[in-house]
Design a binder for this molecule. Structure first.
Ligand SMILES: Nc1ncnc2c1ncn2[C@@H]1O[C@H](COP(=O)(O)OP(=O)(O)OP(=O)(O)O)[C@@H](O)[C@H]1O
Ligand SMILES: [Mg+2]
Length: 347
């Protein structure tokens, strides 16, 4: 288990992290998620031992490592640019750390082979130069080079951000597979919410050096505790005063003092010719735009002079031509936040 206790990190005068408290469990795939400059890399590098905190402590399996040297923490790290040695072949890159430790030759090559297998690098690839590999293969070399040291914790700082979107999606599946097979506690840094949601057991959402919320992907998305998390994760529609007023006329109890949001997939559009179904709240709606995205279609809907985004399965969209429509929603789908951005119960 990893524990951050009251960790404060200051760069010159700038307080990057004021007071960081977190527990990461054994074997967990844990992500730091947040916008650029929120302190993700700072938190990770403090755990790795590259940055000394101003105050607070870090424990790994109960042992205080706050001031331990990076090499004594049992940590393997993979960076955004991989930091591979371009003049060495794949095998030499993987073996590098073990050679530095002057281990027996046979042990070095045995452990390198094992690490290569863990990330599915072939024997043929082991003899290649780094420049002969694709971005995705290089990334696996970087992970093998970290795993070969048999760390108890693997840290990855935006390891996919240099790759194109398609490869990134493939590799996040592979990375997750490697992690669950090896079973190693992993801390992953990303600003990509889809990446964090799809890979993580739990996520901490960071904002200006502070943790907004820690939870499973589902908890964060469906029960965002703060307005920041609600807005940062996926798409969300703020409800306008006129919409709030109309919903309250129908029995909702939405305080005008609070901000209210609904996610695009929690709204349904009905043609007025269709029989009323589901949901207890309604808004008059005119479809003003449509973007077809294959599996789903995004409708831009005008409801009382404010547009809302609605996601519908593409196969359902044929029903929405011309005429008047109604947006149907359930009041449990509305998330409400007070002036401090904290979640409030609406019922
Ligand atoms: N060496 C440094 N000296 C001074 N300020 C720094 C230093 N490193 C980071 N910062 C500042 O600390 C804050 C957090 O930086 P950090 O690199 O941890 O953010 P991040 O969440 O990793 O961002 P990104 O997604 O862009 O990588 C930023 O405001 C940054 O400008
Ligand atoms: Mg960073």
């Amino acid at each position: 288990m990893i524990t951050f206790e009251n960790i404060k990190v200051v760069y010159d005068e700038f307080v990057a992290i004021p007071d960081f408290n977190l527990e990461i469990h054994e074997g967990e795939f844990f992500s730091f998620l947040g916008p650029s400059g929120c302190g993700k890399s700072t938190a990770l590098r403090t755990l790795a031992g590259f940055i000394a905190p101003t105050s607070g402590s870090i424990r790994i399996d109960g042992k205080d490592v706050t001031y331990a040297h990076a090499s004594k923490r049992g940590i393997g790290m993979v960076f955004q640019n991989y930091a591979l040695f371009p003049s060495m072949n794949v095998r030499d890159n993987i073996e590098f750390g073990l050679k530095m430790q002057k281990l027996p030759k046979a042990e070095i090559s045995e452990r390198a082979l094992k690490a290569a297998r863990q990330v599915s690098l072939t024997d043929e690839q082991l003899g290649k130069q780094i420049s002969e590999l694709s971005g995705g293969q290089q990334q696996r070399v970087a992970i093998a080079r970290a795993l070969v040291m048999e760390p108890s914790i693997l840290l990855l700082d935006e390891p996919l951000s240099n790759l194109d979107a398609r490869l990134r999606k493939q590799l996040r599946v592979q990375l997750k597979e490697i992690q669950s097979e090896v079973g190693i506690t992993t801390v992953y840094v990303t600003h990509d919410q889809e990446e964090a949601l799809s890979m993580s057991d739990r996520i901490a959402v960071l904002n200006e050096g502070r943790i907004e919320q820690v939870g499973t992907p589902t908890e964060l998305y469906e029960q965002s505790e703060t307005e920041f998390v609600c807005n940062f994760l996926g798409e969300v529609n703020p409800l306008s005063d006129a919409q709030i007023h109309e919903l309250n006329n129908q029995g909702a109890r939405l305080s005008p003092e609070h901000s209210h949001y609904i996610r695009p997939e929690r709204l349904t559009v009905q043609s007025d010719s269709m029989p009323a179904a589901g949901g207890d709240l309604r808004l008059p709606a005119t479809i003003i735009g449509e973007s077809y995205l294959g599996d789903h279609t995004v409708l831009e809907v005008d409801a009382m002079d404010t547009s809302l985004r609605v996601n519908v399965p593409s196969r359902d969209r044929v029903a929405f031509n011309g005429r008047d429509h109604t947006l149907v929603l359930d009041d449990s789908a509305i998330s409400s936040y007070d002036a401090n951005g904290r979640r409030v119960a609406t019922r």
